[in-house]
Design a protein around this ligand. Sequence first.
Ligand code: HEC
Ligand code: HEC
Ligand SMILES: [Ca+2]
Ligand SMILES: [Ca+2]
Ligand SMILES: [Ca+2]
Length: 447
Amino acid sequence: MVAILSLIFFNLLAIASSDQFPGGLSTSNDWSEQAFNHPATKASSIEKQFFGVGNSFFKQSWVEFPSSTIGRDGLGPTYNAVACASCHVKDGRGIAFDGNLVNLSLLFRLSKKAGDDYIPHPEYGDQFQPFGITTVQGEGDVEVEFETIHGQYPDGETFELVKPLFEFKNFKLSPFDEWVLVSPRVAPHLIGLGFIEAIPSDQIIQREDPLDSDGDGISGKANWVFDLTQNQMTLGRFGWKAGQPSLRQQNAAAFNGDMGLTSEVFPEQNCPLVQTDCWQAPTPSDLEVSPKVLDRVTLYTQLIAVPKARNYGSSKFINGKRIFTELHCTQCHQPHFQTGGSHPIQALRNQLIWPYSDFLLHDMGEGLADHRPDGLADGQEWRTPPLWGLGLIETVNRHSRLLHDGRARNIEEAILWHDGEAFTHKKAFMNLNKKDRQILIDFIKSI
Ligand code: HEC
Ligand code: HEC
Ligand SMILES: [Ca+2]
Ligand SMILES: [Ca+2]
Ligand SMILES: [Ca+2]
């Protein structure tokens, strides 16, 4: 009996610790259009209830103040979107482009170079908000054109990449000059973020090698950013340049920067001083997002489960995983982490997770550069994005665009854009035969 029980126990452990279950014991089981919309299965029933409440705030549209719908007014004065879900559609990846139009889910962070310093743009602040409420003008419009880049694999097969070139127009104030730095960023899919928050900092920091002292060509670097709640510099984990230290601060920044909503973390309206119409617009006397709403939305983003791997155990999966390892993609896309024991949400503690990211910054070369520093990240550095769930974006969002500005039209193009520290990895991918390239791509689609 003891033997049987321990056998069962051993099997359970084996199951939960396999890469078939990238979100640990809380991995979800749905590969449909709703794949990114489930609570961690091990969350408590009250947490699952709050998850539902958070989800409804995440989806709801905010309106301008004053309005009869108290509790969801205060939008703007300038904004990018009226709901979190407008950009994070079904909690998936934003679409970036509609032909030559820039979709609202692609936003632009701004700075201005002032001597050796980088400061928020004096007229537009640190983000470009195209829209304004009735009495307030939006900051302008953005259009895009694509430059086509032709390339060829050693086996003779050709490919084309497209690089977006943005044109800002219809400016509210001065047009951009040569000192303005623009960082385009598309809305990422939002699975498994609580687990990322629960990874002990030292596990991420110990993989740093900023001067590449071990000479392997990889120089991962942590971003250190100001945590407004803890009032100290903290490891950055979230966003394309790891610019946010926690989900609560990330979400409060999204409420404020993307929707114009104040909270206890960002109590000021998002209005640069020179935009008089913006700071003269009527605003409610209370915070527009109450601490409770911020908490529910934060819990929601902490508890979105990671779906189970697809094609698990097939020979293609096994071969793809071997190629991924042999090409050393794992040097940055670190397969697994063990979460710590101290996150306030129990379901997130002590889980073996498979995000395929080291959460560090890497120089990805000139082609992907935005030339805009962000914390310790320089203009060529990006945080390794987790690869879990990538293959489901097509089902959830009906497109397969990837990378920080959505330029890659599929996984193959995303790999071909790798350069800088990942140049040799890209070359090794190009040197594979067509069949093995496809096996690698199918593996990434499965994890
Ligand atoms: C205008 C589009 C837009 C809206 C609206 C928006 N987001 Fe985002 N979201 C983004 C982009 C773009 C990023 C990446 C930001 C960066 O790199 O700095 C992001 C990043 C995030 C992240 C971090 C994801 C990661 O993988 O690190 C979370 C969490 C998040 N958003 C939650 C929210 C919440 C909650 C709301 C509503 C309060 C919201 N977002 C509204 C576009 C949007
Ligand atoms: C030097 C670190 C590094 C190495 C090595 C590396 N990557 Fe990446 N990878 C990144 C970074 C950083 C990004 C994000 C770049 C951006 O958005 O501009 C990325 C993005 C991706 C994406 C798109 C992810 C998304 O969410 O849009 C895929 C797919 C990918 N890598 C696969 C691979 C594969 C396959 C290999 C091995 C051939 C590899 N990577 C090697 C750092 C690396
Ligand atoms: Ca407001
Ligand atoms: Ca602005
Ligand atoms: Ca190194």
